[in-house]
Design a protein around this ligand. Sequence first.
Ligand code: NAD
Length: 283
Amino acid sequence: MEIKQVTVIGSGLMGSGIAQVIATAGFRVNLFDSYPEALDKGKSGIEKSLARLVKAGRMKSEDQNLVMERIMFYKEMEPSLKGSQLVIEAVPEIPELKEEVFNSVEKFAEPDAVLATNTSNIRITEIAGMLKRPERLVGMHFFNPPVMMKLVEVIRGEKSSEENFQEVYNFSKKIGKEPIKVLKDTAGFVVNRISAPESLYFILLLEKKVDSPESIDAFAKSQALPMGPYELMDYVGIDTVLHSLDYYSKTLSSAYGNTTIPLKMVKEKKLGIKTGEGFYKWK
Ligand code: NAD
């Protein structure tokens, strides 16, 4: 099977970037979001990102329009899945939501389409367990921002078919990424499994009032890191941080449940850059 058209589900931070990457590589993309304002935001995010690339001399201006023409925007899932050989799910990191989405995807996607999830942490085997045909699902974990970051973790769930796993790995290369094969399907896979204790540690420093995000970030940046840990969490989204800690508390260690700050921030809609305020004010 040759992948010519891809459906991306969820036009947020990751889904819109993934759609842009795939369209830039010359493939047709259907981008679907169930919230019309999120779809509009995704579209304008892609337009701005392409304009920045042109301004920086990293894309020809005539290519900017071609990329936009390859992306179709959908408010309904069913038509967005028609004719796609690959479906990439990028909705929030909530298992019940992923289950709801994949139930519909199984109903409406082409019967032989490969299914992929951009989950940051949830075991592929767990999500595949929600499907009637679990062998269809493979993990395709992009990093933020997808347009810049080359790495993609391609994760084989316990039931993923070898054919689909290879297909997603090959396609990741075709869109200019540097994929790695992750054969052990554990919470957080490789990269986030390594960085999970770090997120917990930096949140606990605040809970214990050791110092402010500004001071700790200043220290991190003095060590030649491009961003401090709190800036990074604002960039990732505090809701995503909270969902990840919650998942780790159930799968890795109860220690991940010992925080109060992320939940408070989500309740106050301080989700980071996407709402204009997180640990920092961004507007
Ligand atoms: P986001 O909140 O920016 O975007 C999620 C989008 O999904 C929103 O636009 C929302 O409107 C849409 N959505 C919600 N319910 C939907 C539904 N039922 N059908 C269709 N669309 C729906 O989140 P994000 O940061 O893009 O994260 C998406 C996924 O990618 C998560 O699983 C997350 O863990 C993973 N991820 C995030 C990062 C990161 O740095 N933020 C990095 C890698 C992977």
